[in-house]
Design a protein around this ligand. Structure first.
Ligand SMILES: [Zn+2]
Length: 512
């Protein structure tokens, strides 16, 4: 007796459909799982058999063969337990095969017959909906994640028995509906820039970085508030669209980082990996690749504190995702792709002791100061558009009753700049000024006549390299967008020049 049930597996953040075939035949009693499966799937036989038995079904002593098809890619994970159990129960005529063709089943079976949530549900269910499946059966803990796909009917069960009773028509499971409170506007735990006194220059720079998605390097002594500034950035970013929420949730789902019972992620992530992190943990990896911090921060902020302390190979690993906005991991049995487009905020001290240029406190030699900055990989610096020196807040700011710039104020300009960019790039495949290539810079960064001659002077005076030349234009474009200005003016250019990186002037002049 043969039976086929559909399931799926998540590879990268894409779902792939898998046919789970069961065959029960006479012969020496045995239980095998085959079809290019990983060790954990091969081991699942004992679990499936015991789970079925403890759900109250008796399995006749026969040969049970489970095949996962197609065999052209490696199947890992524990989500095939439920479809395999359903296929076997269908073979021994406990379930009629009629409903099975339009349904997919995913879930891990525990020895007592209850269902355990698995990772990677959202990508698989989205794929199933695209392929035209009508019904989807998942463990209770995965219900909300699956229900985000509105084109498919989701049924969540706590035990194998509940699934079987539903398929037998004895007691129907209720259809799961999405309870996601669109918490995008929810201000729980909201961190406001208004909590930080002074730092007007740093706040301005952050506003520009967010508006045009420009990666930013903050240099300053310990205790100058770089971390406080970074933590507040996700809250001034534009609200996530529903598609962006789904993309971020898929990444977390494939990493197995959604809490059981958790649903769609509606907030921009803030990730802060420690500088001792490995390259695999930062960009993703493993024998069955899972996303790294770079992808977990997709759409949000990746804060790299103590930037100079990250090891060389970790910094080199950043290069490709910063360039592509994606991480590709190649394995013999399949290629994996993870989106990785966070806003990178890097922070570092200006020298080993941290107090340069305060010569009263810093005891480093000029050579040591140069060497400290030299730790940052050149190709990574190339991808960072802006740099700001964050100073310790002076006494006069701590005490004065001067107006404090808060998040609400910063958001206003950002919204205006986002609107400008949306209009500008409606026919391009990019969304932010920082993503412009040379052709687009030529086309969209038109300068006023006086700006043109001003920029020529700057270019000659500072011996700008070609890439610095372009970066400054992109940042200036964002600054003019914050004002809603059509063209780039002298003031915009002058401000953008002040954010160039320390190594970007001839002979490290700006650094010394
Ligand atoms: Zn020093």
């Amino acid at each position: 007796m043969f039976c086929r049930v559909y399931s799926g597996v998540c590879m990268g953040i894409e779902g792939r459909m898998v046919r789970v075939e069961a065959d029960v035949s006479n012969g020496l009693p045995a239980f095998c799982v085959i079809g290019e499966v990983s060790g954990e799937v091969r081991e699942s036989g004992g679990r499936i058999r015991t789970g079925i038995k403890n759900s109250g079904f008796s399995l006749p002593p026969k040969r049970y063969l489970i095949n996962l098809a197609p065999a052209d890619f490696r199947k890992a994970g524990t989500g095939f337990d439920l479809p395999a159990a359903v296929a076997i129960l269908c073979c021994i005529e406990q379930i009629s095969p009629e409903l099975l063709d339009n349904s997919i089943f995913i879930g891990e079976l525990s020895l007592n017959g209850s269902l355990i949530p698995v990772k990677g549900i959202l990508p698989v269910v989205s794929k199933a909906a695209k392929e035209g499946f009508k019904y989807c059966f998942v463990p209770w803990g995965n219900a909300q994640e699956a229900a985000a796909v509105s084109e498919i009917e989701v049924y969540a069960a706590k035990t194998l028995n509940e699934v079987v009773a539903h398929l037998q028509g004895k007691s129907k499971l209720p259809r799961t509906s999405l309870e996601v409170r669109r918490r995008i506007k929810d201000r729980d735990g909201f961190l406001d820039f208004g909590d930080i006194r002074g730092q007007a220059a740093a706040k301005r720079c952050i506003q520009i970085a967010v508006a045009g998605w420009h990666h930013l390097l903050m240099i300053g002594p310990p205790g100058s508030g770089k971390t406080m500034l970074a933590e507040r950035v996700p809250y001034i970013m534009p609200e996530l669209t529903w598609e962006e929420c789904l993309d971020i949730t898929k990444i977390y789902s494939s990493a197995g980082r959604i809490e059981p019972g958790g649903g769609i992620i509606t907030r921009r992530p803030f990730r802060r990996p420690h500088h001792s992190i490995s390259d695999k943990a930062l960009i993703g990896g493993g024998s069955v690749p899972v996303p790294g911090e770079m992808s977990l921060a997709h759409g949000g902020v990746l804060f790299l504190d103590e930037f100079a302390e990250f090891s060389r190979n970790v910094m080199e690993a950043l290069r490709q995702p910063l360039e592509m906005g994606e991480v590709f991991i190649h394995r013999v049995r399949g290629n994996y792709r993870f989106p990785a487009r966070p806003l990178v905020l890097a922070a570092m001290n200006s020298c080993r002791c941290g107090y340069y240029p305060d010569r009263g406190m810093c005891r480093c030699t000029p050579g040591q100061i140069q060497a400290y900055m030299g730790r940052i990989s050149g190709p990574v610096l190339e991808r960072i558009d802006m740099c700001i020196h964050v100073q310790r807040v002076g006494y006069e700011h701590m005490r004065a009753s001067e107006a404090i710039i808060d998040s609400g104020e910063m958001e206003k300009g950002i919204k205006r700049a986002r609107e400008c960019q949306k209009r500008r790039f409606s026919e391009e495949n990019i969304s932010y000024n920082s993503e412009m290539d040379s052709r687009m810079i030529q086309r969209y960064c038109s300068l006023y006549k006086e700006s043109e001659s001003f920029y020529e002077q700057i270019y000659e005076r500072f011996h700008l390299s070609a890439r610095t030349f372009q970066k400054i234009l992109k940042v200036a474009r964002t600054i003019s967008d914050l004002e809603g200005s059509e063209q780039v003016g002298v003031a915009h250019l002058a401000e953008a020049v002040s954010y160039r990186l320390p190594d970007e002037t001839y002979g490290g002049e700006g650094w010394q």
